[in-house]
Design a protein around this ligand. Structure first.
Ligand code: FES
Length: 66
């Protein structure tokens, strides 16, 4: 995967941006909560919403690797 690639085109958010927020999370037991924090900090998935599932999958992958 190319971390510099935009996952959210509406808000110009890359996989790397999301990765950075996820890695700063302390509570990683709740994927939905992590997603909300990512959304707050990057504004991702606040436009058309079309990226939502891709972002959720990516967050789950990052958390699983920890
Ligand atoms: S692509 Fe992310 S909100 Fe539209």
């Amino acid at each position: 995967m190319n971390y510099k690639e935009l996952v959210c085109k509406c808000k110009k958010v890359t996989y790397e941006d999301i990765d950075n927020v996820v890695k700063s999370e302390n509570n990683i037991s709740d994927v939905v909560k992590v997603f909300e924090d990512v959304q707050k900090q990057t504004q991702c998935s606040t436009g058309c919403g079309g990226c939502h599932d891709k972002i959720m999958d990516f967050i789950a992958d990052v958390l699983y690797q920890r």
